[in-house]
Design a binder for this molecule. Structure first.
Ligand SMILES: NC(=O)c1ccc[n+]([C@@H]2O[C@H](COP(=O)([O-])OP(=O)(O)OC[C@H]3O[C@@H](n4cnc5c(N)ncnc54)[C@H](O)[C@@H]3O)[C@@H](O)[C@H]2O)c1
Length: 435
C-alpha cells in the first residue's frame, strides 16, 4: 500500500467529534471568504459547504477560470472579488480560507488577522521559517483563530494512534519512518494547464506578489511547486504533513537536529527543486525520524508510515494497523560455538529456559494485529468543522499557528540542510531554527 496523499490524509474521522458547538444561535451563519480558488481550494469549499452554519460569500483568484468554477460550485450568492485585499476590506466577511501558493501565505494570513478575520490557511503555514513567529504574534495580538490545513490530525485513524501511543501500547517508541513515493508527471506536480490560460485570464502580478519579478510563465503559475521562488518542494509540500502528524502523535514540538540530502535526477527541465529527498530528524523526546520521498518510483512497502515501539508498531495509511512485537531471544548459533559442556549448562539456566527454550523449540507465534478501517467523514471535513468550532468557541484548534510554524520549520530545516550540507538545529528558546 503506497502512502498516497489521499490514503494518508483522507483517513476517516467523524464530523460529530469536531462539530461546531451550539453556543451560537442557529441562524448566526459565519460569512466566509475564500482567497485562492485553485485545485485544493475546490476540495476545501466542497467540505466547508457541508459544515453547518457557514456560508461562502466571496471568492478571489488570480486566474479567471478558477473564479468562474468557484462561483459555479458555491452558488451565485457568492461574489467575486478582484483582489484578496477587497475580501479583507469587506467587514461582513468574518473568516477566510487562504489556499494560495506558499509564498503568499504569510502576507495574506497576517493581513487577514489584522483585518479581524479568523483564518484557515493551507499547509505549509510558511514559505520561510522566520515568517512563522511573525504570524503567531499577529494572530495573538489580533486575538484571531488561525488553523493550518494538515487535515490528517483530524482523522479518526491518527487520533486512535495517538491514544494507543499515549497509553503505552507500543512500549517505548524510538523510531518513525515515513515516505511518499510517486512515479507520474502529475505526482511530480506537472499539472495540465487550462487551454484558455493567457495574460488576459491570468493575473501574473497578483500571483507573483512578494516573489522575485519574472517574465510571464504559465508553467510557473500552474506548476508553482516545482520552483523555489514559490515553494520548498517535497519538504514543504509533503514532509510537512508527516511532521504535523508526528508532532501530534508523539506530543513533540520540534526536532533538535535535522539533516537531509536531496537530488534532482529525472524531472530536470521542469523544476529547480529535488525529485528525491531523504531526511533524518532527531527529537529530544527520545526518538528519531526517517523521512523519504522519490518521484521516480512508486513501489512502497506496505504501511510506509511506521511508528515503531519496543512492544508494537503502528502502520498509518488508509486507516490504521497495530502490530504487536513478537521478538524472541535465540542464542543457539552463539552457544553452539562454545565447548559442548558450557552449551549444555547454558540451557540449564532457569532464565534461559524461560526466555529462550519455549520459543526456539516451538513454531513462531503469530503477531497480534488490530486493524482500524476508514469509516465516517473525510478528515478535511472534520478539520474544517474543527476550525468552525474554534471560531465559535474561541478555543484554539490543535493545529494553530504555532503548531503550523513548527511543522513547516521542519521542512525548511531539511531544505537548509540539503543546501548547506550540514546538520541544522532548532532553538527551543527562540522557537525557530538556530542561526
Ligand atoms: N492539505 C492538503 O492536503 C493540500 C493539498 C493540496 C494543496 N495544499 C495546499 O494548498 C495551497 C494551494 O495549492 P493548490 O494545489 O490548490 O494550488 P493551485 O495552483 O491549484 O491553487 C492556487 C491558487 O491560488 C491563486 N492565486 C495565486 N496568487 C493569488 C492572489 N494573489 N490572490 C488570489 N489568488 C491567488 C492561483 O490563481 C491558484 O488558482 C498550497 O499551499 C498547497 O500546499 C494542501
Amino acid at each position: 500500500m503506497p502512502l498516497s496523499r489521499r490514503h494518508f490524509l483522507q483517513g476517516s474521522s467523524t464530523l460529530a467529534a469536531a462539530a461546531p458547538s451550539q453556543s451560537f444561535a442557529a441562524n448566526d451563519r459565519i460569512q466566509a471568504g475564500v482567497i485562492g480558488t485553485g485545485a485544493r481550494s475546490h476540495e476545501l469549499m466542497q467540505f466547508l459547504m457541508r459544515v453547518p452554519g457557514v456560508e461562502i460569500v466571496g471568492v478571489s483568484d488570480a486566474y479567471t477560470g478558477r473564479v468562474e468554477r468557484a462561483l459555479e460550485r458555491v452558488g451565485k450568492k457568492a461574489k467575486a472579488y478582484s483582489s484578496y485585499k477587497e475580501i479583507l476590506a469587506d467587514k461582513s466577511i468574518e473568516a477566510v480560507v487562504v489556499a494560495t501558493p506558499d509564498h503568499w501565505h504569510k502576507n495574506m494570513v497576517i493581513e487577514a488577522v489584522q483585518s479581524g478575520k479568523d483564518v484557515y490557511c493551507e499547509k505549509p503555514l510558511t514559505y520561510r521559517s522566520l515568517e512563522g513567529l511573525e504570524i503567531v504574534r499577529a494572530a495573538r495580538q489580533a486575538k484571531r483563530i488561525v488553523q493550518v490545513g494538515s487535515q490528517g490530525v483530524s482523522s479518526e485513524a491518527q487520533r486512535k494512534a495517538r491514544e494507543m501511543i499515549r497509553a503505552g501500547k507500543l512500549g517505548r517508541v524510538t523510531m518513525i519512518r515515513a515516505a511518499y513515493n510517486r512515479n507520474t508527471a502529475s505526482g511530480a506536480w506537472i499539472y495540465p494547464i487550462p487551454p484558455d490560460a493567457s495574460p488576459r485570464t491570468v493575473n501574473w502580478e497578483a500571483f507573483l506578489g512578494p516573489a522575485p519579478k519574472r517574465p510571464f510563465s504559465l508553467e510557473r503559475f500552474f506548476r508553482w511547486r516545482c520552483y523555489e521562488d514559490y515553494s520548498g518542494g517535497i519538504a514543504t509540500d509533503l514532509f510537512v504533513h508527516l511532521c504535523t502528524t508526528i508532532h501530534f502523535l508523539m506530543e513533540a514540538k520540534a526536532p533538535s537536529r535535522v539533516t537531509g540530502m536531496g537530488q534532482l535526477y529525472r524531472w530536470t527541465g521542469s523544476r529547480d527543486v529535488p525529485d528525491t529527498l531523504n531526511a533524518i530528524l532527531e527529537y529530544p523526546e527520545g526518538f528519531t525520524v526517517n523521512l523519504s520521498s522519490t518521484f521516480n518510483n512508486q513501489f512502497s512497502a506496505e504501511g510506509s508510515f511506521q511508528i515503531l515501539g519496543a512492544e508494537g508498531s503502528i502502520l498509518l495509511g488508509d486507516g490504521m494497523t497495530f502490530v504487536a512485537e513478537n521478538a524472541i531471544e535465540d542464542n543457539r548459533w552463539i552457544v553452539e560455538s562454545w565447548p559442548s559442556k558450557l552449551e549444555e549448562e547454558y540451557y540449564k539456566n532457569p532464565k534461559v529456559r524461560q526466555e529462550e527454550l519455549p520459543h526456539t523449540h516451538q513454531p513462531k507465534l503469530k503477531p497480534v494485529t488490530e486493524q482500524y478501517r476508514s469509516e465516517g467523514a473525510d478528515s478535511t471535513l472534520s478539520h474544517m468543522a474543527g476550525w468552525v468550532d474554534a471560531i465559535r468557541t474561541r478555543k484554539p484548534p490543535y493545529e494553530d499557528a504555532l503548531v503550523g510554524h513548527r511543522a513547516a520549520a521542519c521542512a525548511h530545516m531539511v531544505n537548509q540542510s540539503v543546501k548547506q550540507r550540514r546538520v541544522v538545529e532548532w532553538d527551543f528558546q527562540k522557537e525557530d531554527v538556530k542561526a
